[in-house]
Design a protein around this ligand. Structure first.
Ligand code: ZN
Length: 150
């Protein structure tokens, strides 16, 4: 199945919104293919079109807990043309990371997900549910508006 949902994600402690599909296409995802954080699919299980659900996920059901093992030092020359500065978000083969410290010859970087350790609250409305195409099942993600376009 492919579910299309409108959602708003907030941090429950201060109500700050970190993500929302408002003003754009609803998010489409292939159910049961780990496209979403684990708790999201679990909480939406059995939801029908038009249904609204609100739930709060602890870090374990969202982006996990940050780990010191994900903070590493890289040689400055690995950055090539880029001059790393603290707070900078960069992309690598191993995924996105944040620069947390710049030394003379090395750069300390953090591969933890920016939302690791956070509790997340979601308000979700189911806009559409349809059968997945065989191509989508093969790719492991949803196609079309709100999904992968390729
Ligand atoms: Zn695809």
């Amino acid at each position: 199945m492919v579910a299309s949902v409108h959602y708003t994600g907030t941090f429950p402690e201060d109500g700050e919104e970190f993500d929302s599909s408002k003003g754009s296409e609803p998010l489409s995802f292939l159910v049961g293919h780990k496209q979403m954080i684990p708790g999201f699919e679990r909480e939406m299980m059995g939801a029908t079109v038009g249904e609204k659900r609100t739930f709060t996920l602890p870090p374990e059901d969202a982006y996990g807990q940050p780990s010191d093992e994900n903070v590493v030092e890289l040689a400055k020359e690995q950055f090539g043309e880029i001059t790393p500065t603290e707070g900078m978000m960069l992309m690598s083969d191993a995924g996105p990371f944040r620069v947390v410290g710049v030394n003379e010859e090395t750069v300390k970087v953090d591969f933890n997900h920016p939302m690791a350790g956070r509790t997340l609250k979601f308000e979700v409305e189911v806009m559409d549910i349809r059968k997945a195409s065989s191509e989508e099942l093969l790719h492991g993600h949803a196609h079309g508006p709100g999904g992968y376009q390729h």
